[in-house]
Structure formats: C-alpha cells, structure tokens
Write a protein that binds this ligand. Structure first.
Ligand SMILES: NC(=O)c1ccc[n+]([C@@H]2O[C@H](COP(=O)([O-])OP(=O)(O)OC[C@H]3O[C@@H](n4cnc5c(N)ncnc54)[C@H](OP(=O)(O)O)[C@@H]3O)[C@@H](O)[C@H]2O)c1
Length: 341
C-alpha cells in the first residue's frame, strides 16, 4: 500500500509517498480502505519534530479516516466487509489501508460522503468534548475561541449555536472574518493587528469571559487566565505557539515555555477559576466516552448542525502542499488527504 511518510523532522519537503506491505488487522480490529483522511495541526507539528505523542520517525501519522471495510481481524464480525465507515486511529491514517479497533469505528449514513465524514472526528470530538463535557457551556456564556478559523475553531463556533445567546470572540486573520461570521462568531478579532485581550476587555466592559479555549499555549495561557470572569474556565488543548514557521526553533520553544503560567490550587480557589486540559489523543483508554460523543455528533449531523467546512483536498503526492496550507495559516476549516488525485 501507499502511505505518506514523515521521513525525518523538518519542513514539508521531508514528506514522501512510500509503498510498503499491506497491514493485517489484529484481533478486535478491522482494516479500512481509506478514501479520505483528515490532516490535523498535530500532524504538522509531528513533521516538525514538535509532537511528543508521534511515533518514532520515520512514521506515518493520521488520526482519522473515512473509507470502506476491507478485512476483519480474528473475533470481529462487523461492520460487514464493504461497509462505509469512519474511524479514529492512533496514527497510520495517511495511508491507503489502516487497521482500527472496532470500538473506534462508526458506520456512515448513505448521505454522508467520505470527505465530509473524514472532516468530523478529531475537530468535532475536540470541540464537543471541550464545550459540553469539560466547560459545561450554558446559555449566555461568553467564550473566547483561538484559531477560530481552523478545523476545531469552526466546529466550536458551529456547536456554540446549539446553545442560546452564547457570545463568541474568535481570533483569526482578517481575511477569514467573513467565514467566522457565517459560522456565528459574534466578534471576530484580528489578533495580528490588534491586542486581542484588550479588545475582549473593551467588548465586555472590562468584565471578561466565562470560557477561554486556548490551543496556542505559553504566554497566551497567562493572558487567557487574566480574561476570565469569576467562575471562568480556561481549557488548554494545544501548543501551536511552539510551531510557528516551518521548522522547529528551540529559542521559540524556550520563550513560550517560560511564559506558561504557574498555578496553585489556593490561587485558583481564591479567584474562583478553573484550568482544564484536553487531549483527545490521550483518551484512547476511554472508548466508551469517545463513542458516546461521536454518536451525539452523528445525531447533530443528521439534524443539520454539524457541517464541516472543507478547505481543500490533496492527493497523497501533494501532502507537502497540504502541510504548507496549515503551517502557513492559509486554511479556513479542514484540510484532507486522499490516496490519489
Ligand atoms: N488537545 C486536543 O485533543 C486537540 C485536538 C485537535 C486539535 N488540537 C489543537 O487545536 C489547535 C487547532 O487545530 P486545528 O487542526 O483546528 O488547526 P488548523 O485547522 O490547522 O488551524 C490552523 C489555523 O490556525 C491559525 N493559527 C494561529 N496560530 C497559529 C500558529 N502559531 N501556527 C499556525 N497556525 C496558527 C491560522 O489561522 P489564522 O491565519 O486565522 O491565524 C491557521 O490557518 C492546534 O493547536 C491543535 O494542536 C488539540
């Protein structure tokens, strides 16, 4: 089978399409012939050598796929061979074939296409889990959403619309603000030309917000903490600030690391604040929870709420362009990889 390999840490040029023997499904697994796979920011970081969870290089990454079941491992009797499915996989998704534990596989409704399906799992599970399980989003909440025009950001904005009177502040480059508004963002903020924290303060009469969703990390976590009203919550779920540019920079990493706020339970108690962490990649031990949330998302897809915006679809041999699209901050929504053009 063909797959997109990260051959070593570096710029997009380190990606190579290689052919290797087909994988065999182990007990409890099915094998999927991949029709579309999601590309996530974590995988761009993995290519840069900045993602500690990634397999050792050289490797094939990819957390989510949609395709057709083409083999069963021992002890598996469904979904049937030929079924259309989506799956969460712990790497290896950027390939023509991938094996997945059945617990992480969901059958697709006929009307849900492979590309749309592959755009759902990581972005929407992250968004749903943060909003409804961790942050307990309620009517009237004010929420600051960073990287708002990315895959997770747009999913967050779309899901916020299911709760009345939620006020959203979304940071993104100015050229993406029209799309943010289409997705229901109340206050798009161009973080490149203005101080987003000052703007949020001005827009809230100095009061701040109830929830900060922060995948940037470093100094931004400190700034986000200061924007919380009493009973506010900051959810840390990424460290994109470590990855600006095409390659790893130790200096940039160190600068961001010293910006990370020091927290104490006593301080949090006295300020009535909560800091939470979310890492979907570390929830594989809770397939029950992932399935429950994925099933809620499929219901929301049926209800017309979940509608991923696909920014672009790239064949494997143009994977470098797909990585550049994210790394150079051009994407609005999901970038997908497909086996052939
Ligand atoms: N913890 C979890 O379980 C989990 C799951 C999924 C994603 N994440 C994290 O969530 C974040 C968003 O992921 P995603 O896949 O939705 O992102 P994405 O679609 O790749 O979004 C990329 C966009 O983010 C903006 N951006 C802001 N700061 C950036 C930076 N330093 N470098 C590059 N782009 C930057 C850019 O848009 P502008 O031009 O508008 O700035 C860029 O187009 C990432 O940090 C990712 O690691 C975490």
């Amino acid at each position: 089978m063909r797959a997109v390999w990260i051959t070593r840490a570096g710029g997009p040029e380190v990606l190579e399409v290689r052919t290797t023997p087909n994988p065999s499904p182990a007990a409890g697994e099915i094998r999927i012939r991949v029709h579309a796979a999601g590309l996530n920011f974590a995988e761009v970081m993995a290519r840069q050598g900045l993602y500690p969870d990634a397999p050792r290089l050289p490797c094939v990454v990819g957390y989510e796929v949609a395709g057709v079941v083409d083999a069963h491992g021992p002890g598996v009797d469904g979904p049937a061979i030929g079924s259309r499915v989506l799956a969460l996989v712990r790497f290896g998704g950027h390939a023509e074939l991938v094996c997945a534990p059945v617990a992480q596989v969901v059958e697709l409704p006929d009307a849900l296409g492979f590309e749309e399906a592959a755009a759902i799992p990581v972005n929407y599970l992250t968004a749903y889990h943060m909003l409804f399980r961790v942050a307990n989003l309620r009517a009237g909440h004010r929420i600051l959403v960073h990287m708002a025009a990315g895959g997770v950001g747009l999913a967050v904005l779309q899901l916020c619309r299911t709760v009345p009177d939620v006020v959203t502040f979304g940071t993104a480059s100015a050229g993406k603000h029209e799309v943010l508004r289409e997705f229901g963002c109340t206050h798009p903020i161009d973080y490149r030309t203005e101080d987003y924290a000052a703007r949020v303060r001005a827009l809230t009469g100095g009061d701040g917000v109830d929830i900060v969703l922060d995948p940037l990390g470093g100094r931004d976590w400190k700034r986000g903490m200061r924007l919380l009203r009493p009973v506010g919550q900051l959810i840390a779920y990424g460290f994109a600030n470590a990855a600006s540019g095409e390659r790893r920079s130790i200096l940039r990493l160190a600068r961001q690391a010293v910006g990370v706020p020091l927290l104490s339970p006593l301080g949090l108690m006295n300020q009535n604040r909560t800091v939470s962490g979310v890492n979907l990649g570390h929830l594989w031990g809770r397939p029950d929870l992932l399935r429950e949330e994925l099933s809620a998302l499929m219901d929301l897809w049926h209800a017309g709420v979940v509608k991923p915006r696909i920014d672009g679809v790239y064949p494997f041999d143009r994977a470098a362009d797909a990585h550049r699209r994210l790394g150079e901050r051009h994407n609005i929504g999901k970038v997908l990889l497909v086996p052939s053009g």
